[in-house]
Design a protein around this ligand. Structure first.
Ligand code: SAH
Length: 185
């Protein structure tokens, strides 16, 4: 994470907040996650470098860049087209776009085009992981996702292994809502 310049993913007017361990506004009512949470989420996936990872909620692209440094390939989907464009630009301008693909769209039901994924990282709060999202996770594979109400959630690590699905609590958290077909609106 020290190698990825977080300040260059944050709009200029909020840039002075980039070294704080806090979420920061990135426009369109969205935020870049607190660095601690990004680190925890990435750690939960235990990437070894060979994985194809789906990120749901690319925002400004920072988390996708961190995943890109640790995995073979990242497909990061963002529902706000302007943010998807900004994320793409941020990655390109910092030379971090070689293995990170930013797509504008609704990934509440995953993104079948590049499925299955070795790992899935969801950056917006879901009522529950959609069956489609779970189906796009490889066996073995891991998904990290905030699950709960609009106001508070559990960050859950869902692992698939030998046909069985297991879920554990990583921490309590508060994310912006997942939108779209399998989200809140
Ligand atoms: N990982 C991001 C944090 C983004 S916050 C970063 O590093 O900046 C969560 C993002 O999820 C928001 O940008 C929001 O627009 C997006 N989002 C919400 N619902 C979505 C959906 N169904 N599909 C794709 N993106 C979604």
């Amino acid at each position: 994470m020290r190698d990825i310049p977080r300040e260059r993913f944050i709009p200029e007017e909020c840039r002075h907040l980039s070294c704080d361990d806090e979420p920061v506004a990135i426009g369109f009512g969205q935020t870049i996650s607190q660095p601690y949470i990004t680190a925890l989420m990435v750690e939960c996936l235990a990437l070894v470098g060979t994985e194809t990872v789906l990120e749901v909620g690319a925002g400004c692209g920072y988390h996708a860049a961190v995943l890109g440094a640790l995995a073979a390939r990242v497909v990061a989907v963002e529902i706000v087209p302007e943010l998807a464009q900004a994320a793409r630009r941020n990655l390109e301008e910092n030379g971090l776009d070689q293995n990170v693909l930013i797509i504008a769209g609704d990934a509440s039901r995953g993104w079948p085009e590049y499925a299955p994924y070795d790992a899935i990282s969801v950056a917006a709060a879901a009522p529950e992981p959609s069956p489609e999202l779970l189906a796009q996770l490889k066996d073995p594979g891991s998904m990290v996702i905030p699950v709960g109400s609009l106001w508070e959630q559990e960050l859950r690590v869902i692992t698939k292994r030998e046909g069985a699905v297991h879920s554990r609590l990583a921490t309590y958290c508060r994310f912006v809502p997942l939108r779209g077909g399998a989200g809140w609106e």
